[in-house]
Design a protein. Sequence first.
Length: 162
Amino acid sequence: MPAIPAFVFRSRRFLHCGIVRNVCYDRPQQDTFPNTTSTQTDTMDVMPSIYQLAGLDDLGRGFNRQVNITVIQEAFHATFRYERLLLETEPHATEHAALASLIARLQARGYTQLRSRIQFRDTAYLGNQETWEDHQDAMTTGILTKLQQAFHTLFRRSRRIA
């Protein structure tokens, strides 16, 4: 007797189906990633990886978002979306270098306590199997740097209220 799905729903990228004994996750389709289509000839034969990134944004609010690592012309690019922010890195030789570049750019914008872990490697869903990798905050010393960060935070908050 086949297992009867307890629930089935479709989100933007994944088809989730929960079955009484196990849960199956389908890999995101290739056309859901920017700049990677099946008709392109300049991409490597590598499925993009998906990382989970968590931390505090520049206003001190907690966030948890996905980072897509795509391969274009034999180089790795990281893409991060958060509210109105879209960050894409320049080409890198490895996916870890692309992720490190993205994290450095986020820390320069005031994001703190960042940590990451891989969710998808090739076609395998890893979920909670991988451990979190903490990324040390950039050292901000000096009164001028602290004043600049305080004014930046105050300006962002006042812009949101208005």
